[in-house]
Design a protein around this ligand. Structure first.
Ligand SMILES: *[C@@H]1O[C@H](CO)[C@@H](O)[C@H](O)[C@H]1NC(C)=O
Ligand SMILES: *[C@@H]1O[C@H](CO)[C@@H](O)[C@H](O)[C@H]1NC(C)=O
Ligand SMILES: *[C@@H]1O[C@H](CO)[C@@H](O)[C@H](O)[C@H]1NC(C)=O
Ligand SMILES: *[C@@H]1O[C@H](CO)[C@@H](O)[C@H](O)[C@H]1NC(C)=O
Ligand SMILES: *[C@@H]1O[C@H](CO)[C@@H](O)[C@H](O)[C@H]1NC(C)=O
Ligand SMILES: *[C@@H]1O[C@H](CO)[C@@H](O)[C@H](O)[C@H]1NC(C)=O
Ligand SMILES: *[C@@H]1O[C@H](CO)[C@@H](O)[C@H](O)[C@H]1NC(C)=O
Ligand SMILES: *[C@@H]1O[C@H](CO)[C@@H](O)[C@H](O)[C@H]1NC(C)=O
Length: 465
């Protein structure tokens, strides 16, 4: 189960509309409003009427288009069978074309030029939105640019190249949820992009649609680890770029995780964390190993949030931790990743309330502990699928602290025997807006330090390993 299994829509429409409005007002105002508009969580409502167009993908023979010797042998020899686009996955559409591929960004058109007509060669065209959240059609159609991919025999229908590239290209969108939310930036884009392009060892060109300058600046350190080439903002590009190989769209399997097949080739979440270390020159490889005679103190980072799901007594928790032998840092999840990645990497335990700030676990050293505080509302499943399971894949340790009714600020609004406490599922009936308005937006947490004591002791024990 992924964190989107139960709730398949992330933001409310209003929030994304607000974002789009602000995006037009300009960069300066956008950067101010960014903090206000980001409502970091990620579930969604079950949208069961996926519009699957099954079996529209077909097999095709791809020939080296300008290579006459290859062409002449094509009749007699077995040629690699290739599928161009596959739109049968409920989450993502994906095309992988080798040969002569051309893209004209301004008109959002991609041409796969096939040189030789053959009984088995078929022409085809697909409309692809290169962002892996097909199950949220409103978001996809509102924020993600659609590309037409047209595979045709012969050059006649394709525009001439203005620029020939010698490396493969990956076309993807940095819009939608990823534009406004740190968790989505990683789970929808950066992790899948790593899985798709690490094998090129930097010899790959990224063509990005729906790209805001601010987003590019924030994640540039990571993008540069994956590609040696300057990013092309494809939406405004009037050139015809030609490539020997192009991937359109990103494959997404589980939140913040990589499929077993790709991982087995050496591109795993563990390696992804290594990439983060390279991207930000993070020095600390391993969490502290507490020995009986060590003087060094384990370091605890408490991530606070200042808008929703606030940690009302972070300083009390800090006092407790200090008494128990921790050094403590309290910080919000900062936008500046150059800075915040170092803060996170210097720590041995990172704790925080469920939310996008925990995405920064990617910067922790090996064997460090992610300690997630799970508010009231039956979303343990979301907690483990968004952060708990990914933490384990990344060779981190994972702990959860599930709060009691008394530790939730909802206790001030509802009696303890209210449905809000007794049966959260019956309160929201999978209505995301309702769930969100009560459990995510109105709930702050006051940790009972006498109860929390045991959790911190357990964390210390784990650091003894
Ligand atoms: C053409 O194909 C032949 C045989 O596959 C190969 O040896 C040759 O390098 C190719 N030439 C070009 C220009 O791709
Ligand atoms: C197309 O995608 C689906 C879903 O991801 C996958 O099961 C199927 O194997 C793919 N088809 C081909 C021919 O790769
Ligand atoms: C593919 O397109 C070419 C040119 O548009 C056309 O001549 C040919 O018949 C088409 N082939 C198939 C299999 O549709
Ligand atoms: C591909 O594009 C050409 C030119 O835009 C168009 O005439 C043709 O019908 C398209 N092919 C398919 C299969 O849609
Ligand atoms: C592409 O270039 C060829 C010759 O180089 C020219 O004849 C043709 O008209 C050009 N096509 C387009 C669409 O500009
Ligand atoms: C791109 O490569 C093709 C095939 O090699 C060649 O015909 C064309 O002139 C090149 N275009 C540019 C702009 O270099
Ligand atoms: C919340 O944090 C952001 C980022 O640090 C800051 O810009 C903003 O002013 C804070 N909001 C409040 C209400 O303190
Ligand atoms: C934590 O709890 C244990 C057992 O309940 C108690 O002995 C210890 O003094 C507490 N430590 C702190 C720092 O409160």
């Amino acid at each position: 189960m992924t964190c989107t299994k139960m709730f398949l829509r992330s933001f409310s429409r209003r929030e994304l509309k607000q974002f789009r409005y602000w995006a037009h007002v300009g960069f300066f105002i956008l950067s101010l409003s960014f903090f206000i508009l980001v409502k970091p969580y990620f579930g969604s409502i079950p949208i069961l009427n996926f519009q699957l167009s099954m079996d529209t993908a077909f097999e095709i023979h791809v020939f080296g288009n300008t290579n006459s010797s290859q062409r002449s042998i094509s009749g007699g020899k077995v040629i690699e069978k290739k599928q161009i686009c596959n739109v049968s996955d409920p989450k993502f559409d994906f095309c992988d074309v080798a040969g002569d591929v051309r893209i004209h960004g301004m008109s959002s058109k991609i041409f796969a030029v096939l040189s030789q007509k053959d009984d088995l060669v078929e022409n085809g065209s697909w409309n692809i939105r290169p962002y892996p959240r097909k199950a949220n059609p409103w978001m996809m159609t509102t924020f993600i640019t659609e590309f037409s991919v047209n595979a045709t025999v012969g050059h006649e229908q394709a525009p001439n190249c203005t620029l020939n590239h010698s490396v493969p290209a990956v076309v993807f969108s940095a819009g939608g949820y990823a534009a406004v939310n740190h968790f989505h930036a990683f789970t929808d884009i950066l992790v899948p992009l790593y899985a798709a392009s690490a094998k090129f060892h930097g010899e790959v060109q990224f063509l990005i649609t729906n790209l805001e300058e601010k987003w590019k600046m924030k994640y540039e350190g990571i993008l540069k680890q994956l590609s040696r080439y300057e990013i092309i903002h494809i939406d405004t590009d009037d050139k015809v770029h030609c490539f020997p190989h192009m991937i359109v769209g990103l494959k997404h399997y589980m939140e913040m995780r990589i499929d077993a097949m790709t991982a087995s080739k050496g591109y795993s979440m563990k390696e992804f964390r290594k990439l983060m270390r390279n991207a930000y020159s993070l020095k600390k490889l391993n969490a502290i190993k507490i020995l009986h005679d060590t003087q060094e103190k384990p370091k605890l980072l408490i991530i606070t949030r200042n808008e929703t799901r606030k940690f009302l007594n972070a300083d009390q928790v800090a006092e407790l931790a200090i008494r128990m032998g921790f050094e403590v840092v309290i910080s919000e999840a900062l936008e500046n990743l150059d800075e915040f990645s170092h803060i996170v990497n210097s720590c041995d335990v990172m704790m925080g309330l469920h939310g996008a700030g925990l995405t920064n676990l990617v910067f922790l050293p090996t064997n460090a502990i992610l300690l997630q505080v799970v508010p009231w509302g039956n979303f343990e499943w979301m907690a483990s699928n968004c952060f708990g399971d990914p933490a384990l894949d990344m060779e981190l340790k994972y702990m959860e602290y599930r709060i009691k009714e008394e530790e939730s600020s909802l206790i001030k609004e509802y009696p303890i025997d209210h449905m809000v406490f007794r049966d959260p599922d019956a309160v929201h009936h999978n209505d995301w807006d309702k769930f969100k308005s009560i459990y995510l937006d109105k709930q702050d947490v006051i940790i009972n330090v006498n109860r929390f004591n045991a959790t911190l002791l357990k964390a210390l024990e784990l650091l003894h390993h």
